[in-house]
Design a binder for this molecule. Structure first.
Ligand code: HEC
Ligand code: HEC
Ligand code: HEC
Length: 206
């Protein structure tokens, strides 16, 4: 009598995979859950990383590539004596979760619309919009006590004896809670925008 036909390895694997044996099914389910979960987490990290490089933020939008990035490249946070660089996201995106993901989603949508509308598509428009945009950033930083600056510059690590008299005086004000970094240090990564003269003032000027 011929031996009964043995199913192939693949079929046996699937049979095992879907077998109603309680112990194995729960284990397999957990394993699948872990793999799917890990893929989601790693995928999100990869997406956040790829969309968080200076290359991406500085060049994905034409207007950033043409005006914002070259402007930033002139600043001491881009190149300096020690070679420690602050990237766009170091200053502009919250460092904690889930705030980071919400901020990026919102900024992505706002920036994409602005790019499509050509909000800062020419030098003239950029010069005009710069003050308004800078104020959005300043407001954010005043609201969170310049949290992103403090991820690198830790006031607890200040050696005020090594700072100039002016700096130490300003920094005592910070420590007393009377001012935050951005109140005194604007224009540290871009050319400082000028406050526009109001239309009235311009019209009445001689
Ligand atoms: C990724 C880290 C990082 C972040 C974030 C960062 N900085 Fe800096 N900053 C540096 C480094 C490094 C230097 C020193 C550069 C050098 O060697 O001249 C510096 C220098 C400075 C200086 C002194 C510049 C000078 O005159 O020599 C000021 C002022 C300053 N940062 C303010 C800020 C403020 C305000 C923020 C937030 C808007 C900020 N930094 C965010 C790393 C950072
Ligand atoms: C009340 C104003 C004031 C506040 C608030 C303030 N600073 Fe300063 N800071 C100064 C002044 C003034 C100097 C000296 C002149 C300069 O470098 O701009 C200075 C200098 C510096 C320097 C250069 C130090 C050096 O020895 O070269 C760094 C870096 C700096 N500040 C970072 C910060 C950071 C980060 C914060 C927030 C945690 C902050 N400052 C808050 C006024 C202030
Ligand atoms: C060291 C912190 C820091 C870094 C790094 C940085 N920014 Fe900024 N950014 C600021 C601050 C502060 C302002 C508010 C205006 C000011 O003070 O110059 C600003 C303003 C802006 C504005 C409003 C327009 C303007 O020029 O004021 C845009 C757009 C912008 N940043 C995009 C970027 C991009 C893109 C990068 C990377 C290529 C970048 N920033 C890197 C701190 C930073």
């Amino acid at each position: 009598m011929a031996a009964p036909h043995e199913p192939g390895i693949v079929r046996r694997f699937f049979h095992w995979l879907f077998s109603p044996s309680v112990g194995l099914s729960v284990f397999v389910l957990l394993l699948v859950g872990v793999v799917v979960g890990a893929t989601g987490v790693i995928g999100t990290q990869v997406a956040l990383h790829l969309s968080g490089t200076d290359e991406f933020c500085g060049t994905a939008c034409h207007s950033h590539e043409k005006f914002v990035y070259p402007d930033h490249k002139l600043s001491f946070h881009y190149t300096n004596r020690t070679g420690v660089r602050a990237g766009c996201t170091d200053c502009h995106v919250p460092h904690n979760y889930p705030a980071k993901i919400f901020y990026k989603a919102k900024a992505g949508i706002t920036d994409a619309f602005a790019e499509l509308n050509g909000t800062i598509s020419t030098q003239e428009k950029f010069d005009k919009e710069k003050w308004r945009l800078a104020n959005i950033v300043w407001d954010e930083m005043r609201e969170n006590n310049s949290a992103n600056c403090r991820t690198c510059h830790d006031p607890a690590a200040w050696d005020k004896t090594k700072q100039s008299e002016d700096a130490a005086k300003g920094h005592r004000k910070f420590l007393a809670g009377k001012a935050t970094c951005i109140d005194c240090h604007t224009g540290v990564a871009h050319k400082e925008p000028e406050e526009p003269k109001s239309a009235d003032k311009a019209a009445s000027a001689p």
